[in-house]
Design a protein around this ligand. Structure first.
Ligand code: HEC
Ligand code: HEC
Length: 290
């Protein structure tokens, strides 16, 4: 008892009364917070969406369904001739001189149409440097005219549908969020910041244009599954594009979004703020030793 009293008498930064009051107030506050905090809800496993089947690498794209928006392919004999030259130089070593593909190296481009060619070239994924690697987004290897030429040539020589596209202004943000949550967020993260899945890096969607979004959805590049117009109809596709554009400037109603990449940085920030608060309290109510 006496030693306790002696401790209490040791000098502190704060006079004794405020120190006691502060300790009691903090203790009470902590107990009240603890009593008021609701128990954590059981994990809702149904929210964790897993795509039903991960697509095999390289399937052809789905042709545009009824009512689908498409982009007409620009074509002319001069463009097709330029496209053929470029193709023979930069693509044929893997895809074959007649677009037929090479077993174990690259898929055939016969019948794929304009969408995949535009998608892979405008996102800089083709020409691939190494056919074992995942095609990743880079700055395009060709200027827009050469891309148009390659698209015109592949469609002229191999046939297939025009590029699908999306019109975000016709979509609904709420529906876009729903479709994204159930079909895409499992891989791309709920505000499209990307991540990883088994065997592939999943890109963020901060740069994709509405046309590239539509092309990716119908084609399913690399390990991404493809979706036809029964899975995701044109209105849903327009809405998806609208939602994806919205994720680039989300309204962070909770305050600072910390790059919107989720609970880990948020938890870290809270942790450091809590740590600072504890240090300040400890410095205030603690005692000096000689
Ligand atoms: C199984 C995981 C998975 C799901 C589900 C998925 N994606 Fe993807 N997505 C990928 C991967 C992996 C890539 C990269 C492909 C590559 O490297 O060629 C990709 C690429 C993309 C791209 C190209 C991005 C860019 O800028 O280069 C878009 C756009 C896209 N996805 C949209 C969607 C949309 C919209 C949905 C939902 C309808 C969706 N994805 C569902 C895995 C997925
Ligand atoms: C080093 C080999 C290589 C070169 C060079 C190359 N590609 Fe590819 N390409 C591939 C591989 C491998 C795939 C399959 C990638 C995948 O599954 O996502 C592919 C896929 C594609 C696809 C998608 C086909 C589909 O059915 O989904 C298109 C379109 C394409 N390439 C166009 C081109 C064009 C155009 C060029 C030339 C500018 C080119 N590629 C150069 C290896 C190559």
């Amino acid at each position: 008892m006496r030693s306790l009293l002696a401790r209490w008498r040791r000098p502190s930064r704060l006079p004794r009364k405020p120190r006691l009051l502060l300790a009691v107030a903090l203790g009470l506050g902590a107990s009240i917070m603890w009593l008021l905090t609701p128990a954590a809800p059981a994990k809702r496993l149904d929210r964790v969406h897993q795509p039903a089947a991960v697509a095999r690498i390289t399937q052809g794209p789905f042709a545009p369904g009824p009512g689908s928006a498409t982009v007409p392919t620009v074509s002319s004999p001069a463009l097709i001739a330029l496209g053929r030259t470029l193709f023979d130089q930069r693509c044929a070593s893997c895809h074959g001189l007649h677009l037929q593909g090479r077993k174990g190296v690259a898929p055939s481009l016969i019948g794929v149409g304009a969408g995949p060619v535009h998608f892979y070239l405008s996102t800089g994924r083709m020409p691939l440097a190494n056919y074992h690697a995942e095609p990743l987004r880079e700055s395009p290897a060709f200027d827009p005219r050469r891309i148009r030429a390659l698209v015109a040539y592949v469609r002229h020589a191999g046939g297939g549908p025009a590029s699908p596209t999306a019109h975000p202004a016709r979509g609904s943000l709420a529906l876009g969020f729903q479709v994204f949550d159930s079909h895409c967020a499992g891989c791309h993260q709920i505000v499209a910041r990307g991540g990883m899945t088994v065997g592939a890096l999943v890109p963020n969607l901060q740069q994709a244009t509405p046309q590239q979004i539509a092309e990716a959805v119908r084609m399913g590049p690399y390990l991404m599954p493809r979706f036809d117009s029964r899975d995701i109809n044109q209105h849903a596709l327009d809405s998806l594009a609208r939602y994806i554009l919205w994720t680039r400037h989300p309204s962070n109603r909770g305050g600072w979004g910390i790059y919107n990449i989720g609970p880990i940085p948020e938890g870290l920030v809270t942790f450091f703020m809590g740590l600072m608060a504890l240090v300040i309290v400890a410095r205030l109510i603690g005692e000096r030793t000689e």
